[in-house]
Every structure is written in structure tokens, then in C-alpha cells.
Design a protein. Structure first.
Length: 226
């Protein structure tokens, strides 16, 4: 073979190798560019998803406050009304707000058989019945169109810590439904007296429960409200 032919073959082989290298290099750079693009796309997508899930979160929060139209407010000195209030709120999917006196009632305070007990003194002297509450303001009060107010019966009327809440809030545009627990007394005119104190709101006839009503007693009543 002449030298020229050998050189030509070597040159062709070199050319094939060089073009192969160039091809593979360009393929690799395309792939890494694609990979970069994919990463960027993924990042953008994740960002979008985050934004979407954030806005759903906010919407849900808004929804919670927007659709939770019923509020159960209650005072309970010995836990019976509290249990009923919680079951009512559960059945209705309502929010709940407890009325807590700053100066809690002890069991001695509640001894109505003792004429010197706190509650007996308050019963005797109406001026002692302005019971200060930890809070009377409900968050998003305006968003509720129905408010149920629960209390124990004390000497035939609503336990007076409830008065402080009723006097402090504007019930205009709201339907208000009283309920109580008691040993034997009915609701009596306790709801009417609270309505007078509130001087606003559409107060409906309420419901009396015994101190430990059955779940079905409570369910029957909450079903009748829906
Ligand atoms: C000071 C006081 C007065 C009460 N007065 C009455 C009453 O007049 N009529 C009645 O049926 N029950 C009366 N009770 C019983 C409560 O109404 C009843 O036990 C109620 O379920 C208690 O609710 P609570 O556990 O949420 O405080 C009285 C209880 C107390 C402590």
C-alpha cells in the first residue's frame, strides 16, 4: 500500500472518531439541557402547586368561618350543661364558646342550701349578679346567623353569668335559641328574660333538658332545628 493511501485511511478514521466525539458531546449537552429544563419545569410546577394549595388552604379557612353559621354559647357551673352544649354543637356542626366567670364558682359557692353561700347571696341581692367573664367577645361574631345559648337553671331562671354575655353583645339579625339543663324546672321565662336584656335578635322558644339527657333526646331536638 502506498504511503498516500495509508495517510488517507488514517485521516478518515480520525474524522470518524472526531465526528463521533462531537456527536456524543452534543447529545450529552442536549440531555443535560433537557434535564435542566425538566428541573426548572418541575420547580415551576411545584411553585404553582404550592401556590394552589396555599390558596385552597386560605379558601378552606375562609370557608370554615364563612359556612360555620351556628354558634353554641354556654355557661356551666357543674359540667352538665357543658356536656349537652358539646353534643348540640357536634350534631349541628357548630362552633362553641364557653362563658367562664373570672371568679369561678367552687362547690361551696354553689351550695344553695346554705344561705351564706356565694350563690345564695347573689340570689338574695340582684346587685351582686354582675358576674365578670373572662371574655364576652366571640371571634367572627358577625358571621353567625344562629346562636344557641345554654345555661343551668338557678332558682327558676338562667344562671346569671349568662346575663353578662347577653348584655354585652348585639344580636341584631341573629336567631337566638336558648336551652337549659335543670333538675326539674322547665325553661320557664328564662329565655324571655334574656331576650329582654339583649334587646336585639329574634329569640325563639328554647328547650329544657334534664341534667343528664340521653344522646337521642339531644339528637331529636337538634334534628328538629335543621
Ligand atoms: C344554685 C343552684 C340553683 C338551682 N336551682 C334550680 C332550680 O330552680 N330548678 C331546678 O330544676 N334545678 C336547679 N338547680 C339544678 C341545676 O339546674 C342542674 O343541676 C343543672 O343541670 C346544672 O348544670 P351545670 O352542671 O351545667 O351547672 C340549681 C342548681 C344550683 C347550683
Amino acid at each position: 500500500m502506498s504511503k498516500k493511501i495509508i495517510v488517507l485511511i488514517v485521516v478518515i478514521i480520525l474524522l470518524v472518531i472526531i465526528s463521533g466525539v462531537i456527536y456524543f458531546t452534543s447529545q450529552n449537552s442536549n440531555e443535560s439541557e433537557n434535564a435542566n429544563n425538566n428541573q426548572e419545569n418541575l420547580a415551576e410546577q411545584t411553585e404553582e402547586e404550592n401556590q394552589t394549595s396555599n390558596s385552597v388552604g386560605t379558601e378552606n379557612e375562609d370557608d370554615t368561618t364563612g359556612t360555620a353559621k351556628t354558634l353554641v354559647v354556654y355557661f356551666s357551673a357543674q359540667g352538665h350543661t357543658e356536656e349537652v352544649a358539646q353534643k348540640i354543637a357536634n350534631n349541628l356542626g357548630a362552633d362553641i364558646f364557653e362563658l367562664e366567670p373570672v371568679d369561678e364558682y367552687s362547690s361551696d359557692d354553689l351550695d344553695w342550701t346554705d344561705s351564706n353561700s356565694r350563690v345564695s347571696q347573689e340570689h338574695e341581692d340582684e346587685s351582686l349578679r354582675n358576674i365578670e367573664l373572662v371574655s364576652t367577645s366571640v371571634e367572627n361574631w358577625d358571621s353567625y346567623d344562629t346562636v344557641l345559648i345554654g345555661y343551668p337553671i338557678w332558682w327558676g331562671i338562667a344562671a346569671w353569668p349568662v346575663d353578662t354575655f347577653v348584655k354585652s353583645n348585639d344580636f341584631t339579625g341573629k336567631t337566638v335559641i336558648p336551652f337549659c339543663t335543670s333538675s326539674s324546672s322547665g325553661l320557664g321565662n328564662s329565655g324571655d328574660l334574656l331576650a329582654e336584656e339583649a334587646n336585639s335578635g329574634n329569640w325563639l322558644d328554647g328547650q329544657r333538658f334534664r341534667s343528664n339527657p340521653s344522646d337521642s333526646d339531644i339528637k331529636n331536638w337538634t334534628d328538629s332545628l335543621q
